[in-house]
Design a binder for this molecule. Structure first.
Ligand code: ATP
Length: 384
């Protein structure tokens, strides 16, 4: 309806950005962005409830009945400074100019109210071929804004897309610019990469693009970073929390002091504390984990083990049961993993203080003794 309203007032308006890409990929969409030929003051005159959230960039938040939407005026960007931001923006009335400033072809679609897709850069072909390709001349685009290097890596991990050759070459050339931009922004992108479904692909590209060489503190540790990929052999392994991912990364990078390392990334004290706790527990777990045959190859198990150690410590629970902790539910997807984790956690809470590791070993014993079938449905039914 917002698009209709803008059109009725005589302006052009389209859905743009990541939400159009996600609709086309049949992925869940979150923020819906609308771009329009109306200038911010004109947008504000049309809608009753608006909030100025970035008026200098042309963005007005419109509060609608069901939700709120960011409406941004078509714009071009002025000369880039700092290898990150333009010195300013210029509002324009023409959609095509707005799409030209966008980073990748798959992020540069516009979707009209009637369902028509405006695809100026052949993004549909790239979607089909699962490719991330820079809009325009890749070299120029990464030189303008080096964060786009991290964005490309992050999209490769979240969408399971490859990075088109010329785009990838340009990323390698401009990777040194990552040293010049804010580390916090790079952190956010790397963090999203690590917690993505296809984090292996993202990490592979992170290493191969040399991006990681140029981010503070990671220099010269290629072999260790490779270990992150080598050590977790299971394809069905995802980091369920960002803290887990960072702890695991730092373990492999043989970082001596998590606190000092994370300081460089300007992350919160709380985040640092959580990562450090998992890191310490994980280190202890790794030392003991060899007691359990084959445990390490299921990365996930080792995390359960580490988190179990933390939990046990907090609750003053005897840890002699720990070596039995193996998570052998046949998990095939990340959502299943989360569901299983949730079911187990609910059970754990209901039993009031019985630690999750005990439940798992209880289940295992039944399986080993043939009293419980070793398949996911049976196990979940039992646990519930
Ligand atoms: P997601 O919402 O899944 O994180 P997204 O593509 O929507 O992905 P946003 O950061 O919300 O990412 O950006 C919205 C849109 O703005 C992008 O799709 C892209 O068209 C444009 N954009 C964002 N950041 C940049 C950038 N650094 N350079 C060029 N265009 C950008």
């Amino acid at each position: 309806p917002l698009i209709n309203t803008l059109e009725e007032a005589g302006y052009e308006a389209y859905f743009v950005g990541g939400s159009v890409r996600d609709v086309l990929l049949k992925r869940r969409i979150h923020d819906v962005d609308i771009a329009t030929s109306a200038y911010p003051e004109e947008v504000k005159a049309i809608f009753e409830k608006t909030v100025d959230i970035g008026i200098e960039h042309g963005t007005v938040l419109v509060l609608a009945e069901d939700s709120q939407y960011e409406i941004t005026t078509f714009r071009t960007e002025d000369v880039y400074v700092d290898y990150r931001r333009p010195s300013g923006v210029t509002f324009v009335r023409c959609l095509e100019e707005d799409l030209l400033r966008r980073d990748f072809t798959i992020n540069a679609f516009a979707l009209a109210e009637d369902g028509q897709i405006i695809d100026k850069f052949d993004g549909l072909t790239d979607l089909e071929n699962k490719l991330i390709r820079a809009v325009g001349v890749a070299d120029e685009r990464f030189n303008e804004d080096a964060l786009r290097i991290m964005r490309a890596l992050r999209f490769s991990a979240s969408l399971d897309f490859d990075i088109e050759e010329k785009t990838f070459e340009a990323m390698k050339v401009h990777a040194p610019l990552l040293e010049k931009i804010s580390i916090e922004r790079s952190f956010i992108e790397l963090d999203k990469l690590l917690t993505s479904d296809y984090w292996r692909k993202g990490l592979r590209n992170f290493i191969d693009s040399k991006a990681y060489n140029h981010l503070t503190g990671l220099v010269g540790k290629e072999a260790q970073l490779e270990n992150v990929l080598k050590n977790i052999k299971s394809d069905y392994f995802w980091f369920t929390t960002s803290e887990q991912a960072w702890a695991y990364l730092l373990i492999n990078l043989e970082v001596e002091n998590c606190k000092d390392f994370l300081k460089k990334w300007n992350v919160s004290n709380e985040f640092t504390k959580k990562v450090t706790n998992i890191y310490e527990a994980y280190k202890i777990a790794l030392e003991r984990v060899w007691e359990v045959k084959d445990l390490y190859k299921y990365g996930f198990d080792a995390f359960m083990y580490a988190e179990g150690l933390l939990e046990a410590e907090e609750r003053d629970i005897d840890t002699s049961l720990l070596p039995q902790l193996t998570m052998k539910l046949p998990i095939k997807s990340k959502s299943e993993l989360n569901i299983n984790g949730q079911v187990l956690m609910n059970h754990f809470n209901r039993k009031g203080g019985i630690w999750i590791g005990q439940i798992i070993s209880e289940v295992e014993e039944l399986v080993v003794n043939g009293q419980l079938e070793n398949n996911q449905d049976a196990i979940l039914e039992y646990v519930e």
